[in-house]
Every structure is written in structure tokens, then in C-alpha cells.
Design a protein around this ligand. Structure first.
Ligand SMILES: Cc1cc2nc3c(=O)[nH]c(=O)nc-3n(C[C@H](O)[C@H](O)[C@H](O)COP(=O)(O)OP(=O)(O)OC[C@H]3O[C@@H](n4cnc5c(N)ncnc54)[C@H](O)[C@@H]3O)c2cc1C
Length: 472
């Protein structure tokens, strides 16, 4: 049987929540979920035992059931706007809030920790905000539900079983190569192995890993899209003591700064108290391999480290005639990989400012023991464009007023961190693209940047497919 009511490409949080909602509301629907990676029990990263990344293709950290969510820290950001994507711009704040509540309830049903961070400690948060204001930083408050890396894996495992038990057909190790379009309507998909699956409703949620692939699909089939923002920066790592006040009050402090020199927006992103810096691997449609950085934290004490990490990202928007933000980010990441011999670089902030290469010996003079052993001590300032370099320095100096010590020489910077969601797909309020029956949301569409909104969008798209949303 190769004809389905709905075909979903990509079993990330977005695809999972879309399938979940479809099958909950209409158990008779024939749903096919196609995923190029492995089922969750087979998603084994060799680095966890050998300590070395061997560049699996597809990468087991970013691909497979639950996508980039499986080994993510699993911080569900429950704020209805300003974080994790632009859903509220599309469907309004009230609808976004409703979807976030429903999405959160599903995570709780499948075993998420009921504890919420960032909702108590009002006095402490007010003190932090005061310091932030003095440093020209904007503090965005958000309730955070921390699933934790190991618990995320279990929750998504239960969701995989639930979908299968309820009749969703899931095909792993199946990469979609192309979509079939005729007379402006979608008719199905073609896999890399040349199998055809037919449906008049196709939902693409290929994530950041698959955003370059989907950009090619957009170009080929004239699916309307525009260059979006590209986020480039570094992963910062310091001792927990430096971030203690922020970690305890909020778990994740979202701080935004507009630089004095260039008026660029720089923000903190994905804070991981007692966490680890991690590698993230991408294979581009031209076969080129890229390694970037990310971070996560386990919930249980057993795996906790003594370091906090978070990303500092500079949001870059380009104007005519430039239309290739994805390639721009990829070029910077590949320069770092080139200097690091195929992996990522680490540098102390002191060396970064002096534009000199860090050495293992000099890194050892500080208190911070790097948690990412694969990173090669080097010179990130030889990789990062001057403007982004200045933005990072200004942001760290501002942050130092909120978390004293963060701008000390010993703070480690890993690079580069790039978010590949810079092909913004034009969609209607019902989330359909310019091709009838083709829906594209999640991180690959550039409308979301995190678990919470990607999962919420999955629910929303399902409701639209089922005709449960009024979008006039
Ligand atoms: C280490 C790490 C930590 C993170 N921590 C957090 C966090 O704490 N909080 C947070 O909100 N977010 C976090 N994120 C980001 C979060 O995981 C993503 O925003 C989220 O997973 C996006 O969901 P998605 O469904 O849109 O895409 P993804 O999760 O990327 O899933 C896309 C899926 O599509 C598959 N795919 C791609 N192309 C194809 C194709 N052509 N054919 C078939 N399948 C395809 C991929 O294999 C993948 O499984 C983290 C990410 C990483 C890597």
C-alpha cells in the first residue's frame, strides 16, 4: 500500500506531534512517517563510548526518531512569544499559548518532570533584571520545563511506541529525495531508493539538519521562500559558580543585547547548568560534512559536570543581492572545521581577545576544564568575521555585569555555533506553502527554533489538515 492520507517527512518533534494529533483526532487516518535516521533504540552515538566523533551519516545526534530532540537537553520553553520561533506572528499570541499548553500536557502525559523553573524566585529574578538593565541587556522571562537529556530519550521512546501501536507507519533509514508536484499541487514523495509514496497531503519537517535539502526542494519546485536570519556565534563555557545565581533563579536566562558598535542583536541561547558542550553534525546536499557545537545537560546527578554552557548568537540578516545565508553560515563553520582538522575549535576568551591561538597548556591554567574533549585549541578569531567578533566581545562584557566572571580570560569559547534555519518558507495561516497540500513548519521552515514551538506547530498543522482550524 503506497497511498496514504498524510505523509510526514522527518520524525522530529514537529513530525511526531503532527502524527500524534492526527491519529488522536482521527484514528482511521493512514499516516506514513518517513525518517532518514534510525529508530530511537538504534540511535547510538559512538562518541559516547569511544569519546571520539566518527562522523556517522546520518548523524545519530541530530537524525532519527525525535530528530535533534532525542539527545537535546529537553528544555521546553513555555513562553508564548519572543523565544524559540515566530509562531505568534503567524497565528497570534492567544492561539500560540493554547498550543503550548496542549503540547506541554502531552510531554507530561509521557513522563516529563512536573517541576517548572523560572516561575518562583520573583525577587531574585527582579534583582537579575535590575543588573541586566544597568548593562543594557533585556531579560526575557520564561517558564522552563527541563526534561533532561536522558529523560528526553525515554519520553520520545514512549511516543514512538504510541504512534506505532496506534497505526502510524514509520519507515526508518528512508531519506526523501524529492516531492512530487503537479499543477501546483503535491502528489507524494520519492525516496532516495526511488520508492514513490502518494498522498495529496505532505508535511515536511526536516529540521535544521534537513534545511539545506529543503531549500533545494523549494528552488526546484518554485516553493515560495525568502532568505531568513542566520544565527552565528560561539558556545560559552564557564564554571557553574559564575552562573550560579542565574541558573538557580531561572535555569535558563534569556538575555538580549544590541551592540553599541554595529547595533547587532546578540542573544544568549540554550543554557545548560552543570552540562556538557556537544558536537552537532550536518551533511549538506552536496555531500559536504560540517561539524558545529551545541550543548545539553542531564537531569540526574550521575552525569552532571561542574560547568555551565550557553550559546551566544549574533542574528544576521542580509540585503539584496545576497540570498544565501545558509551558505554563509556553512562557509564559516567549514573554516573552523578546516583549522581544527575536521572538528571544532576551543579558545579561551583571553586568547580570543588577543587574537592568539589557545594551547592545551594555556587552557589548563584556568579553572574551567573543557567538557568537549574533541575540540581542538585554536584561534576562533581567525574564523569569525570581525563584526561578529566585536559583537561577541561586547556581549560578554555586558554579561559580566550580570554574571561577574563570565568575561574573565579563562572562559572558554567553542566554535562555531550556527543555526541552519535561514530559508524562511512562505506559508499561509493554515501553514500551507505555495504548493497546495504541502505543509512545512518546524525548524526547516525557519518558523521555529526549539522543541516547544516545533512540537506545538505539529499540533497546529494536524488540526489544519483535519479542518479543525478556521483561518479566514
Ligand atoms: C544538542 C542539542 C540540544 C538542544 N537543546 C534544546 C533545548 O534544550 N530546548 C529546545 O527547545 N531545543 C533544543 N534543541 C533544538 C531542538 O532539538 C530542535 O529545535 C527541534 O528538535 C526541532 O524539531 P523539528 O521537528 O523541526 O526538527 P528536527 O528535530 O531536526 O527533526 C527533523 C528530522 O527530519 C529528518 N530528516 C531531515 N531530512 C530528511 C529527509 N530528506 N528525509 C527524511 N527525513 C529527513 C532528520 O533526520 C530529523 O530526524 C537542541 C538541539 C540539539 C542538537
Amino acid at each position: 500500500m503506497k497511498k496514504y492520507d498524510v505523509i510526514i517527512v522527518g520524525a522530529g518533534p514537529y513530525g511526531i506531534f503532527c502524527a500524534y494529533e492526527l491519529i488522536e483526532k482521527d484514528p482511521k487516518k493512514k499516516i506514513l512517517l518517513l525518517e532518514k535516521g534510525n529508530k530511537i533504540s538504534k540511535r547510538i552515538c559512538p562518541k559516547r563510548t569511544t569519546g571520539k566523533c566518527i562522523n556517522c551519516n546520518p548523524c545519530n545526534i541530530t537524525c532519527g526518531f525525535s530528530g535533534a530532540g532525542a539527545f537535546s537537553d529537553g528544555k521546553l520553553t513555555l513562553a508564548k512569544q519572543e523565544t524559540g520561533g515566530n509562531l505568534s506572528e503567524l497565528i497570534g499570541v492567544d492561539k500560540t499559548e493554547e498550543l503550548i499548553k496542549r503540547m506541554d500536557a502531552i510531554y507530561l502525559k509521557f513522563g516529563a518532570d512536573p517541576a517548572l523553573h523560572g516561575v518562583d524566585n520573583k525577587e531574585k529574578i527582579a534583582e537579575i533584571r535590575k543588573k541586566a538593565i544597568q548593562a543594557d541587556l533585556k531579560l526575557i522571562e520564561s517558564p522552563i520545563r527541563h526534561l533532561g537529556t536522558e529523560a528526553s530519550y525515554e519520553i520520545y521512546g514512549k511516543l514512538e511506541k504510541h504512534l506505532k501501536d496506534n497505526g502510524v507507519t514509520i519507515k526508518f533509514n528512508t531519506m526523501v529525495d524529492d516531492i512530487i508536484v503537479k499543477d501546483g499541487k503535491v502528489e507524494g514523495v520519492i525516496t532516495k531508493d526511488k520508492d514513490e509514496y502518494l498522498s495529496s497531503t505532505v508535511v515536511v519537517g526536516s529540521g535544521r539538519e534537513g534545511s539545506a535539502w529543503f531549500k533545494e526542494i523549494c528552488n526546484k519546485h518554485n516553493i515560495e521562500s525568502v532568505p531568513g536570519t542566520v544565527d552565528i556565534g560561539v558556545r560559552v563555557e564557564c564554571r557553574d559558580e559564575v552562573m550560579k545565581e542565574l541558573n538557580e533563579a531561572m535555569y535558563e536566562s534569556k538575555l538580549v543585547y544590541y551592540t553599541k558598535t554595529f547595533s547587532d542583536k546578540v542573544r544568549t541561547f540554550c543554557q545548560n547548568p552543570s552540562g556538557e558542550v556537544a558536537l552537532e553534525n550536518y551533511t549538506l546536499p552536496n555531500g559536504k560534512h560540517l561539524t558545529t557545537v551545541n550543548g545539553h545537560a542531564y537531569k540526574g546527578d550521575k552525569y552532571k559536570t561542574e560547568n555551565t554552557n550557553f550559546a551566544l548568537l549574533v542574528s544576521k540578516n542580509f540585503t539584496e543581492p545576497f540570498k544565501e545565508p545558509l551558505e554563509y553560515g556553512a562557509a564559516i563553520a567549514s573554516l573552523a572545521n578546516m583549522l581544527a582538522g575536521g572538528t571544532v575549535l576551543v579558545q579561551s576568551y583571553g586568547d580570543f581577545k588577543k587574537h592568539r591561538r589557545s594551547t592545551p597548556e594555556r587552557i589548563l591554567t584556568g579553572n574551567v576544564v573543557p567538557t568537549l574533549k574533541d575540540a581542538v585549541p585554536g584561534d576562533l578569531s581567525a574564523v569569525i568575521p570581525y563584526r561578529i567578533f566585536e559583537d561577541i566581545v561586547e556581549m560578554l562584557e555586558a554579561l559580566d555585569k550580570v554574571a561577574p566572571g563570565i568575561a574573565n580570560n579563562e572562559t572558554l569559547l567553542y566554535g562555531v555555533e550556527v543555526k541552519f534555519y535561514s530559508n524562511k518558507v512562505i506559508i499561509g495561516k493554515d501553514c500551507q506553502t505555495s504548493i497546495k497540500g504541502l505543509y512545512s513548519i518546524g525548524d526547516s521552515s525557519s518558523w521555529t527554533r526549539g522543541l516547544s514551538l516545533a512540537s506545538s506547530m505539529g499540533l497546529y498543522v494536524a488540526d489544519n489538515i483535519l479542518g479543525l482550524e478556521k483561518n479566514d
